[in-house]
Write a protein that binds this ligand. Sequence first.
Ligand SMILES: C[S@@+](CC[C@H](N)C(=O)[O-])C[C@H]1O[C@@H](n2cnc3c(N)ncnc32)[C@H](O)[C@@H]1O
Length: 252
Amino acid sequence: MMAQDKFRIWIITLFPEYFEVFKKFGVAGSALSGERGAKFELNLVNVGEYSQKKWKGVDDSPYGGGAGMVMRPDVLKNALVEGVVVPGKYPENYREKLHIVYTGPRGKIWSDELARDFSAKYWHVGDRKDLVFICGRYEGIDERFIDLYVDQQISVGDYILTGGEIAVMLILDSSLRFVDGVLGNKLSAGCESFTGGLLEHPHYTKPQVFDEVSVPEILLSGHHDKINKFRESERVRVTKIYRPDLLKGKLK
Ligand SMILES: C[S@@+](CC[C@H](N)C(=O)[O-])C[C@H]1O[C@@H](n2cnc3c(N)ncnc32)[C@H](O)[C@@H]1O
């Protein structure tokens, strides 16, 4: 793969340090360092370097008054142009080459289904866009930057985070898994919770007896068909207990 064929990800953030551990460890870390087949390139852009007063000028007070500070659109645009477009050598029509995501409570709520769609759309070989994530801080970012530059807003749930960094890690972690070669065992992305609208079956490992509780007998039988049937019924059982909402309209 040539450098420009890599799946490129740019993250514009006030705290690039947040991603230092993420990009080194675990499944996502291996993927982002190119260890697991698919080739990614993760670029961290420190938005503080694109303000005239270093990171102190990144935010300002809101017009109309009120609590908190707002991230300035001019600084975000500088970070996008000088921190992404120029070093990434994107052409003048860079907006057509980039998909710009802002994470915030207003976006569509992230789910397993969205993670699969996102992964299929941006991480396949062929005509696709590179991803840019904007991590908000303070009260968020100036509305004009959203209107002019953001292509998609994603929320990670109905609660408020203090910044977009954790949301971006969550989005990357849950969608990188669906890229071929990222998970060691291809099967494992196919039968986890939410596949087919059910939770996963329970897992057991050694010791066979723990605190006087044995693992279910059938798992020791060696009968793969029976084990599969048992696990399928267990998926329904645990879904009924923990997430009955997933079964709505499914069971008679
Ligand atoms: C303190 S929050 C701002 C919340 C904003 N004032 C509001 O009430 O909608 C700072 C940043 O955290 C991120 N954030 C907060 N909650 C989020 C969520 N549920 N999903 C994704 N990102 C979130 C956004 O990037 C946001 O700009």
